[in-house]
Write a protein that binds this ligand. Structure first.
Ligand code: KIV
Length: 273
């Protein structure tokens, strides 16, 4: 086995992500929400698996990420962690669990870490919740920040449009990125911000910046797996590249199954006892 293959089988840690940034190797990250998908994605060699609160949309069918609960996230994250050997497993702190009450935030963070077997948390927000983030990191729990478009704040924005296009919001995003780095976050997700601004942030801070709709100048990329596999429908932002059309594949397979049952073609003799 080559040194590269050996290295590639080692568990991904937060430390390894910073090494990847230092040597210019891009970080690959995808969401997963269950054991079976997470084990496929892990075996394919992904660096980071995010148990995103996008589960609220793609698993539960909610319009926003707000309704998903801490218990829901713990249930999904446990299943994902059971399926993963190599990738770093990151769990989203759901809406309302980290919003300016550091003691409550730490309790929720500890529940996720104790009850799921995941490696780290991801938390949306900057300056407003920096004390919560400090408290969690001081307790030994690694935190990935999330700035730019923060879907948990959709009711404040009123739109999913590109963030930080105006100077004031761009300056705040730069300030918040520095604050998160100083607080000890090991990485930051930047969602739906101008590519030039995302690159400026990635060049400015030492921790990895992982983008979604943030261009190619950052240190890694993340997509929602249901979107990139073409399972979800009616969602086609410019940043989304589809790598399969599983919606069509699954529809065809289910259609063939229905036909076989109706035609009494399934099960055949070799498929029974
Ligand atoms: O919940 C999620 O899937 C996310 C990604 C879009 C980064 O936060």
């Amino acid at each position: 086995m080559s040194a590269y293959q050996q290295d590639n089988q080692r568990k991904v840690t937060t430390h390894r992500l910073s090494e990847m940034k230092a040597r210019g190797e891009k970080i690959s990250m995808l969401t997963s929400y269950d054991y079976s998908m997470a084990s496929i994605v892990d075996r394919a060699g992904i660096d980071v698996i995010l148990v995103g609160d996008s589960a609220s949309n793609v698993i539960c069918g909610n319009v926003t990420t707000l309704p998903i609960t801490l218990d829901n996230m713990i249930f999904l994250a446990r299943a994902v962690a059971n399926g993963v050997k190599r990738a770093l497993v990151v769990v989203d702190m759901p809406f309302g669990e980290c919003s300016g009450n550091p003691r409550h935030s730490l309790e929720s963070a500890i529940r996720i870490m104790k009850e799921t077997g995941a490696d780290t948390l991801k938390i949306e927000g900057g300056e407003e919740i920096i004390e919560d983030i400090r408290k969690i990191i001081n307790a030994g729990i690694p935190v990935m920040g999330h700035l730019g478009l923060m879907p948990q704040s959709i009711n404040k924005y009123g739109t999913y449009t590109v963030r930080a296009q105006e100077e004031a919001e761009a300056e705040k995003l730069i300030r918040d990125s520095k604050l998160l780095e100083e607080a000890g976050c090991y990485a930051i997700v930047l969602e739906k911000v101008p590519a030039a601004l995302a690159k400026q942030v990635a060049d400015m801070i030492r921790i990895p910046v992982i983008g979604i709709g943030a261009g190619g100048g950052v240190d890694g990329q993340v997509l929602v797996i249901h979107d990139m596999l073409g399972i979800s429908q009616g969602f086609s932002p410019r940043f989304l590249r589809r790598y399969a059309n599983l919606n069509e594949e699954i529809t065809k397979a289910v259609g063939r199954y229905i036909e076989d049952v109706k035609n009494k073609d399934f099960p055949n003799e070799s498929e029974q006892y």
